[in-house]
Design a binder for this molecule. Structure first.
Ligand SMILES: [Zn+2]
Length: 136
């Protein structure tokens, strides 16, 4: 195994840039794509051959599709949690309605509860979109 100029074994990573999606490379262990820091700049592609244009296009399309599906999945999961919460609340309300007739003050309180559920749905969707952005 060849060490980098820092004297450490090189690490194998996968590039997800537009030009080299899915392509493996060996680099300095201090290489960090998030900060742009490249350590001692040791860098070699594992596959000497570059991907063809159609391979690059297909991989980039699949990566974009994967991100879209992951985002949809996060949004749907958080909506499901809110819908289940709303279902439980409505079942509880129905039970209360069947038990006794409603007074005017109780009706007002229940509409406030519905607003809280709407707020919960909006907040969870916003949070899941932020989470997905941060993860990508
Ligand atoms: Zn190094």
């Amino acid at each position: 195994m060849v060490n980098c100029a820092c004297g450490f074994p090189r690490t194998t990573r996968t590039s997800w840039t537009h030009d080299n999606p899915g392509r493996k490379f060996k680099a300095c262990k201090f290489y960090n794509h998030e900060t742009g820091h490249r350590g001692c700049n040791t860098f070699d592609w594992v596959d000497v051959e570059e991907p063809t244009n159609w391979q690059r296009d297909v991989i980039n399309m699949l990566v974009a599709e994967k991100h879209r599906v992951a985002t949809d999945n996060h949004i749907l999961k958080s909506r499901l949690v809110c819908v289940e919460h709303q279902k439980n609340r409505l079942e509880q309300e129905l039970e209360n309605i069947n038990r006794k007739p409603l007074k005017r003050k109780e009706i007002v309180n229940k509409s406030l509860g519905f607003n809280a559920v709407c707020f919960c749905v909006i907040v969870s969707v916003v949070i899941s979109v932020i989470v997905v952005k941060v993860m990508n």
